[in-house]
Design a protein around this ligand. Structure first.
Ligand code: GSH
Length: 160
């Protein structure tokens, strides 16, 4: 069965789940604990970010790459337009959402979580050990801001 390694609050992971659902595919979700859990992600995929889709021997990181992979492996129902101009527009909108929009959303999330211990805990997987959620709840806001920044921010070349 397809396996999606994810952070449950990640918009990139939601994007993949929406495509899996639109394609009516069965899949299992594996929640990754930000930080510690990413060691396993690195071992598996050679990079540290989620989402990562595992399909038998195929390990596919990056939401956009995953979606192209799913579209190629499971063409029905078709999600990408055949018309090259329309397909280019889809890629442009996707790229804008993954960079400019995602950066603004992340910034707001980081600021909100830095001042709200309850929100910080909601961002952790439900399976997270109690010690990790206690630590997140008790972190001073500056420190938790750095932690959340590290574990949610997509690196956009050329941006700070
Ligand atoms: N290019 C990636 C970006 C994924 C991404 O930024 N994932 C974040 C979670 S929302 C992540 O894994 N952050 C942890 C890290 O960068 O260490 C995609 O589209 O899937």
């Amino acid at each position: 069965m397809l396996e999606l390694k994810q952070f449950r609050h990640s918009a990139f992971c939601l994007k993949v789940r929406m495509v899996l659902q639109a394609k009516n595919l069965k899949y299992r979700v594996i929640e990754i604990i930000p930080g510690i859990g990413q060691i396993g992600i690195f071992r598996l995929s050679g990079q540290r970010q989620v989402p990562v889709l595992v399909d038998g021997d195929n390990v596919v990181p990056d939401s956009s790459t995953i979606i192209r992979y799913i579209e190629a492996e499971h063409p029905n129902p078709k999600l990408m337009p055949d018309n090259p101009k329309q397909a280019a527009q889809v890629h442009l909108i996707e790229d804008w959402a993954d960079t400019t929009l995602a950066k603004a959303v992340n910034k707001s999330l980081i600021n909100a979580a830095a001042i709200d211990p309850e929100l910080r805990n909601c961002l952790l997987p439900q399976e997270a050990p109690i010690s990790v959620s206690q630590l997140m709840g008790n972190l001073p806001s500056q420190l938790s801001q750095s932690y959340i920044k590290i574990t949610t921010t997509k690196s956009i070349p050329g941006t700070a």
